[in-house]
Ligand binder design. Structure first.
Ligand SMILES: [Zn+2]
Ligand SMILES: [Zn+2]
Length: 260
């Protein structure tokens, strides 16, 4: 009886998810090559950068965040720059967004030069630490925060959907392979053993296929081999790179913590 009501709860939760926009997004990413979580993160970041540049370069809350983190991390800074070019701006949006950062930096440097008590040899280390603390960022890159949010939200959507037939069909397809990091994060978030068993099984099947393709690819390079290399074998080494390090531009600072 209890089990039945749990099942009913699960299926009504699944139908609620499948009525939402996130399912549309997830379904699209499951039709593409590679890791669906990486794919969603990158799409979401692209939208975030466009919103930021089009609508929020003057927003006080955005400036507060950018000042705390002293801008964005390396990966996201250059992704933002690419978006500025993509939307055909000559750099005005980024100038407005970053102007206050430079003001803050100049203010901090002036403060360091203000007359203060003299430090001797013994207290110099303390003095140096104090000024570096003032200059150091005390907030996280806003785009990394966005990335973490997508990672967490969609990983939980996948976990909630895993018993759904339509989801399974898409997820188990050969083109889909969670990258190692997102696979581990999914296991980290799994609420029970059943979830872990399902995802480990599917991952094992996919990695076995990848291993076969990769070894065939290597063996068929033997000059004696007359057998043609298949398309799947040709791309196996690239799939392995993505599996090992996520998609390009998925920033490691934007990963959520994993229990270890
Ligand atoms: Zn991934
Ligand atoms: Zn970042």
């Amino acid at each position: 009886m209890r089990k039945e009501s749990n099942n009913q709860m699960e299926s009504s939760e699944i139908s609620a998810i499948k009525r939402g926009l996130s399912w549309v997004e997830l379904k699209e990413s499951l039709k593409k090559e590679g890791c669906p979580i990486c794919m969603i993160m990158l799409n979401s970041l692209e939208k975030y950068f466009e919103f930021l540049l089009y609508e929020y370069v003057l927003d006080a809350a955005v400036h507060k965040k950018m000042l705390a983190s002293f801008g964005m991390c390396n990966t996201h800074t250059y992704m933002l720059k690419e978006t500025e070019v993509k939307i055909k701006s000559d750099g005005l949006n980024i100038s407005v967004l970053y102007e206050t950062l430079l003001q803050k930096e100049l203010k901090l440097l002036s403060r360091i030069l203000e007359p203060q008590r003299k430090y001797n040899k013994r207290t110099f280390n303390y003095y140096r630490k104090e000024i570096l603390q003032k200059l150091a960022a005390n907030g996280e890159c806003p785009a990394c925060e966005n990335q973490k949010h997508s990672e967490s939200f969609y990983t939980h959507e996948i976990i909630r959907l895993y018993k759904d037939e339509e989801f399974q069909k898409l997820y188990e397809n050969n083109n889909v392979l969670l990258c190692r990091r997102h696979f581990l994060y999914l296991l980290n978030e799994a609420p029970n053993e059943e979830v872990i068993t399902y995802f480990v099984n599917v991952q094992k099947i996919k990695l076995n296929k990848l291993f076969n393709n990769l070894t065939n690819f290597i063996q068929k390079h033997d000059y004696q081999s007359k057998i043609e290399i298949t398309e799947d074998e040709k791309k196996s080494w690239q799939q392995l790179l993505e599996y090992s390090a996520s998609k390009k531009n998925v920033n490691k600072n934007g990963y959520n913590e994993i229990l270890t």
